[in-house]
Design a protein around this ligand. Sequence first.
Ligand code: XMP
Length: 516
Amino acid sequence: LVLVVDFGAQYAQLIARRVREARVYSEIVPHTMPIAEMVARGPKAIILSGGPSSVYAEGAPAIDPAIFEAGTPLFGMCYGFQLMAQGLGGTVSATGAREYGRTRVHVGLPGTLLAEMPAEHNVWMSHGDSVTAAPDGFEVLASTEVTPVAAFENVERGYAGVQWHPEVLHSEHGQKVLEHFLWDIAGCRQTWTIGNIAEEQIARIAAQIGPDGRAICGLSGGVDSAVAAAIVQKAIGDRLTCVYVDHGLMRKGETEQIERDFVAATGAKLVIVDAEKQFLDALAGTSEPEAKRKIIGREFIRAFEGAELKVLQDAPEGAGVGFLVQGTLYPDIVESGHGAGTSTIKSHHNVGGLPEDLEFELVEPLRELFKDEVRAVGAQLGLPNVIVQRQPFPGPGLGIRIIGEVTRERLDLLREADAIAREEMTLAGLDGDIWQMPVVLLADVRSVGVQGDGRTYGHPVVLRPVTSEDAMTADWARLPYEVLEKISTRITNEVRDINRVTVDITSKPPGTIEWE
Ligand code: XMP
């Protein structure tokens, strides 16, 4: 275990991921955690992350000097580097010179940390103050034009640090720096491999649920719930029941895919709730986006709870469904305040004859994992690519891709158009190049066209191909004209009632990815 101390900047998660890429398990802890508590967890090393640009800045978080007494190897980056320098008796000066972004670093003495790295290379910096003198016992390894001490190490104590951000992609050899520290200076073993992750999670979940417990898992068709279910299935076998609510808003073939591929890969018990009529009845007459989302959310809970009851009734006498599986990821846990332990949620049932409130204990097999690890574990457990490499798809499904009222006929139109677009993207080998490509039906718009000898008066669809890292921001994807042409020709020829295909070329912001 390596602890990454979070000083409130955006870097801690990225550092934790990079440590795991070096096959060493890492967790993020807040800088407010007492040192004794960190040490009690027995970390092999502690990493001090970036943070505010100056240790002298007003309100800049400090570090308890007790950390230097603990005997645990330490690595400081950027702000963490300055904290180390300051705390160990070096000098941090407000030189007035700043370095932001790409910076050339000169390696004077490679030492262990920078071994086998070019004497000159580019790294990513973001700092105001500089370390002007290293603490006693430290070797200075690198400098830049304005920073005399840009990297140092004290191998005997297991200490090292760099002024730059080795975790970001723009820092050349960044991962190597981290690996030299973890493997060669701190002596961490490379045990965090995909096979081990899967095994550990399965063992952990088996212990949590126990030999008699039963669990239920809602499948959405997405990666996270599928991998979570696969792990729990391995842990408790057919004491897990998966529930998939078919709200009729899925894309063409998706329900069948879950039914076929997921079950074939995992052998899990799957209950499919056919709730199409329930959802369409509830959505009838509603066009306002937020209202649609609320209705879909509400009906989803109803359908899922109905299924829970049924599973409960079918379970052997006295064997209640005690656990609810959720696909919560590590970033969700970190963002909600480093929560530890399990929480209990309540599920309210309003159906006669059964207890008012059933308590479920949450099972979160992915709560220690990042998204890329989830995909790798899914593949390891035998889930097919169509599931583990699936592009994001919103919970409310096609319901928020029909602009206007949602009806069965409109859904069928959109499903056909969307299936063509997806097929052509896959054929062109473009799936890996884009984040996702919603196809949106402008159901209340009609335009005049001509087909054969006749006038048409049909609906337009909008293709919304985007590139993105995390969906927070996005750019429109520059798809090749030939692919756009093929999609346009096929949709207008093959889907009756759609006579125009347009492409959305708005970035996010100002547009969102979805239209509603
Ligand atoms: P927007 O439209 O906000 O979408 O730019 C950002 C990302 O989130 C997806 N999305 C959703 N996912 N439930 C989900 O699970 C939702 O209600 C939802 N709305 C949007 C969207 O597909 C994109 O990837």
